[in-house]
Design a protein around this ligand. Structure first.
Ligand SMILES: [Zn+2]
Length: 92
């Protein structure tokens, strides 16, 4: 099965130091395959109004664009298949 979500935000562990503001409110991304953090510059600071640091992996080139589009296409396919189902049931 294709791993559409091979990266996830580690929301349980919020004790990382934000590279932007220096507070321990930083959420890092985890590579699900290896269960390891990807480089610290990819992540999100929880102090949105004060810091606002938010650097998703697909923005800095960590995730190849192709991978990103595959994820997007996958999500679109799911939406379209749902639409098909509803149109079928409405025809009944
Ligand atoms: Zn911050």
């Amino acid at each position: 099965m294709k791993t559409s979500y091979w990266l996830k935000l580690d929301k349980k562990n919020r004790t990382h130091v934000c590279p932007a503001c220096g507070r321990k409110r930083y959420i890092r991304y985890i590579d699900i395959d290896t269960n390891e953090y990807i480089p610290i510059n990819y992540g999100r600071c929880e102090r949105k109004s004060h810091c606002g640091y938010d650097w998703p992996p697909w923005r800095g080139g960590y995730v190849k664009k192709k991978m990103y589009w595959e994820m997007w296409r996958e999500a679109k396919k799911v939406r379209e298949s749902r639409n098909d189902d509803s149109s079928l049931s409405s025809q009944d």
